[in-house]
Every structure is written in structure tokens, then in C-alpha cells.
Design a protein around this ligand. Structure first.
Ligand code: ZN
Length: 246
């Protein structure tokens, strides 16, 4: 069974009444509940736990990590970020959500600023499925409509995704690459845009379906473990001085 650790900064829910009403037990419990009902084994971890809840043993037992953060990215210790980074290169899947675009881990994996335009005006968002055969789009209609969303607009300073599954349109006119797939080392990374804390976005069935699809897609595959370094030839070849590489 795929083991998912749902990580959340878990500050807004405790400090803001609106957010606290939408997510009384935190965004992480809603996401974990949705994934559990789709057959994933879940646990949660939050910023204020020791080691942010991401100890070596937790991460070693995690197939997929989901990441929601916003106001306290800088409080995430570099040591833990590097631990997550290594696990991704080793094959752990990572789903970065909404304002997690500015998290240390996402910026480290992308190698860019991950900056974007934004506006908070309760605008309508349509996430268009632009790669319908991709497993992350399974069971999703031609588009997902979010009635009230925070706007994120291009330019989004990320490397071109390996596959772009969703592209968003906003009422105010902007567009945004909102479902981005990457391969990093042996791991897979999916960035998914929706999830501003003052709207009940993670209660939405279609959004939950995308999260479950994404957890399946980023989960470690059964591919071979690469063998790096100096290597013997697979076929018999004559190792003459001319051909040997120093
Ligand atoms: Zn937001």
C-alpha cells in the first residue's frame, strides 16, 4: 500500500478564524482523509513538531510526501529540506501544493525563483485539462471550476514542466500552469496550484480526485536502480589504449 505523509505548515488554521472554520483540524487532516478514502495509507506531519515531523524514519517509510506551506517557509530547517531533497532523488514522490511554490524544497528541486503574480479577489478559476491521457487527469472533466480562488498568474518562474496537465484561466484574465510534472533523479514531482487557505478548496471532490491521482503518479515506480560510475562493457570489446578513456 502506498504510504503518504501529508505535511502542513499548520499556522493559518490556528491564527485566522476564517481558515479555522474551513479547516478546524488543519488542511492536512482534510487532505489525509481524502487520500485515505482512496486507499492510501496516510500520516500527517507539521512544522512545529520536532524535525517538522519529518524524521529519517518517517521519510524512509514515506512513498509520497505532500507539502503545503505559506507564511513560514524560512522556518523550515535546511537540514530537513536536504533530507527531503535526497529522498526525492532516491525515488520518493513529492506533491507541492499552492503557496508551496515558494517552499525551500520546491525552489531547490526547480533551481529557479518559482516567483509568480498573485491577487486575492475571490475570482473564478477554470483548470483546463490539457493532457487528457495523463493518469493525473483520470476521472476529471474537461475542466475543473473553482468558484472562488486566489489568482496566480504567469510568468511563473519554473523550468518547463516535463508534462503540463492543467492550465488555469482566471476571471481577471490571467493564465497559469497549474498542474506541472517533473522527474528529479529517481523521483517524481507534481506541482498543483489550487489550495488557498481562505477557500474550501481541499473539500472539493474533483480537487481530491486530482490529489489521489497525483499520489499514485508520483509514487515510486519499479524501474531499475541506475548504476553510476566507471563501468565494464556489456558486450565484449577490445580495450585498446586508443579506446580506453582516462
Ligand atoms: Zn494562497
Amino acid at each position: 500500500m502506498t504510504s503518504v505523509t501529508v505535511w502542513n505548515e499548520y499556522r493559518h488554521e490556528k491564527e485566522n478564524d476564517t481558515v479555522g472554520e474551513i479547516y478546524p483540524k488543519g488542511i492536512h487532516t482534510v487532505i489525509a482523509g481524502a487520500l485515505e478514502s482512496e486507499g492510501f495509507e496516510t500520516r500527517t506531519a507539521t512544522l512545529d513538531e520536532p524535525e517538522h515531523g519529518l524524521t529519517e524514519s518517517v521519510l524512509n517509510d514515506t512513498d509520497v510526501l505532500t507539502w503545503w506551506g505559506h507564511a513560514a517557509h524560512e522556518e523550515v530547517e535546511d537540514k530537513i529540506v536536504n533530507r527531503v531533497y535526497q529522498r526525492v532523488l532516491d525515488g520518493m514522490g513529492l506533491i507541492v501544493l499552492h503557496s508551496g511554490h515558494y517552499s525551500k524544497i520546491f525552489r531547490q528541486l526547480m533551481g529557479t525563483t518559482c516567483s509568480l503574480k498573485w491577487r486575492e479577489a475571490a475570482e473564478k478559476e477554470r483548470l483546463w485539462v490539457i493532457e487528457p491521457s495523463h493518469p493525473i487527469a483520470d476521472e476529471i472533466d474537461e475542466y475543473i471550476e473553482v468558484p472562488e480562488a486566489e489568482m496566480y498568474g504567469e510568468r511563473f518562474d519554473i523550468p518547463a514542466p516535463d508534462t503540463l496537465v492543467f492550465n488555469s484561466w482566471f476571471e481577471g484574465g490571467e493564465v497559469f500552469r497549474s498542474g506541472c510534472c517533473y522527474h528529479r533523479g529517481n523521483g517524481r514531482v507534481f506541482y498543483f496550484r489550487p489550495g488557498h487557505e481562505t477557500y474550501p478548496i481541499y473539500h472539493d471532490e474533483a480537487i481530491q480526485q486530482v490529489l489521489a491521482n497525483a499520489a499514485s503518479w508520483v509514487a515510486p515506480s519499479d524501474g531499475p536502480t541506475p548504476d553510476f560510475g566507471n563501468t565494464e562493457p556489456v558486450e565484449d570489446i577490445e580495450m585498446t589504449d586508443d579506446r580506453s578513456v582516462h
